[in-house]
Design a protein around this ligand. Structure first.
Ligand SMILES: [Zn+2]
Length: 108
């Protein structure tokens, strides 16, 4: 699974990590909040965009905690479904490649 970005509501630092676990800030030990972005997307954002993403998320969590939680669950499920999609493609490749490999073995 891709690593995702979490931010610290206390010191505003951003950290990448596994999306499912609750992580504490390595700087100040505050519980981090997920920003629902994978690391690649995050790295492409400008400093201002990063800052506004963080502030939006902190605001949502402060004002609408239930909605923020729902967003996290949705994001997590989407990551799982992306993983399943990757596994499916791998399996299809395997199923296609396997008879071919046997065939190569037979003529080789
Ligand atoms: Zn912190």
């Amino acid at each position: 699974m891709k690593s995702t970005i979490h931010a610290c509501p206390n010191c505003h630092a951003a950290w990448s990590g596994h999306p499912s676990g609750t992580v504490n800030c390595p700087e100040c030990a505050t519980v981090l909040v997920p920003l629902h972005l994978d690391k690649d997307t995050w790295d492409r954002l400008s400093d201002e965009e990063k800052e506004s993403r963080k502030n939006e998320t902190f605001k949502l969590i402060a004002e609408k905690p239930a909605e923020a939680r729902l967003l996290s669950q949705e994001y997590y499920l989407r990551l799982i479904s992306e993983d399943l999609h990757t596994i499916k493609i791998l399996l299809i490749c395997l199923v296609i490649a396997f008879p071919f490999l046997i065939f190569l073995g037979l003529i080789g």
